[in-house]
Design a protein around this ligand. Sequence first.
Ligand SMILES: Nc1ncnc2c1ncn2[C@@H]1O[C@H](COP(=O)(O)OP(=O)(O)O)[C@@H](O)[C@H]1O
Ligand SMILES: [Mg+2]
Length: 272
Amino acid sequence: MGFRLTMGHVLIQNLHKQFIERRAARRRVNSDPDVQRGERFAVLTDINLEFTDGELVCILGPSGCGKTTLVRIVAGFETPTSGRVLTDGREVSGPRADTIFVFQHSGLLPWMTVSENVMLGVRDMKDKQKMAEKIQEYIDIVDLTGFEDIYPHQLSGGMQRRAELARALVVNPEILIMDEPFAGLDFLTRLKMREEVINMHELIRKTIIFITHDIDEALVMADRVVVMSDRPASVKTDIELDFPHPRDFARNPDLENLRRQVYTELGVHYAL
Ligand SMILES: Nc1ncnc2c1ncn2[C@@H]1O[C@H](COP(=O)(O)OP(=O)(O)O)[C@@H](O)[C@H]1O
Ligand SMILES: [Mg+2]
C-alpha cells in the first residue's frame, strides 16, 4: 500500500435522521407540537460537514438536539435515514476499529487496574514486550505514570477519564469521538482535562470529534467549532479557529468577539 493521506478524513453528506418516538420519551415530549405520539420525528436535517485528518472539531448544541445521534452515525452504531457518512473515503456501514468512541459515562472495568484496562485495547498483540511498551506509552501520554496498578475506584473522576482516554488511544484510532467526556467532573478538573486533550491532540494529531454544550470549552480547545441548531439539528455555524494555545478570552479580542457571536447564536445574548 502507498501513502494514504486521508486516514482521519470524515465526510458527512446530506444526512437526515428520523426516530420513531420512544415509549419512555412519550410523556415528556407530549406537549411538543411537532412531535406526535409514536410518530416519526426528525432529529437531524440535511447535515453536510467535512473534517480533515487530524482536526480537533468541537460540536456544540443545545441538549437533546441530536449531537449524540450524529456521532453515533459517524461511529457506525446507528444508520442514517438518508444521506451518508464516509471516513477515509469509504462509506460507514458499521462500527470500525479505526473509529473509537469514548462514552459519556465511565467504561472502565472496576476489577481491573489502570494498565489492565488500557491493555484491553491491545490484548491481541503478539509481541508482549511491545504490548507492555505501548500500554506504558499511552499511560504516560495521559499523565497517569505511577498509577498503573491502581483500581478505578481509587482514582479521582479526572484520572478515570484519563485512563479511559489511554484505553481509547492505545488502539491507535484514526478518529476519536468524545461525547461530553467531562460531564460530571468538577470545574477545576474540567479545565485541566481540556488542557490534557489539547496536549494529547498535539502529540497524536488524530481527528477528534468532541461534543460539548460548553461554549467556552469548545472555543478554548477546537481547531473548528460546529454549532448545531435546536432539534431537528442542522448546522448553524461552522467556524475555523486559528488561535494559538493557550487561549485567553481576556487577551484576545477576536476570540472574545467570536465567543459573543456563539452565545448569541445559541440564544444567550451576553457572554458571562
Ligand atoms: N434510539 C432512539 N429512539 C428514539 N429516539 C431517540 C433515540 N436516540 C435518541 N433519541 C431522541 O433523539 C433526540 C436527540 O437525542 P441525542 O442525539 O441524544 O441529543 P443530544 O446528544 O444532542 O443531547 C432526543 O429527543 C432523544 O430522545
Ligand atoms: Mg448527547
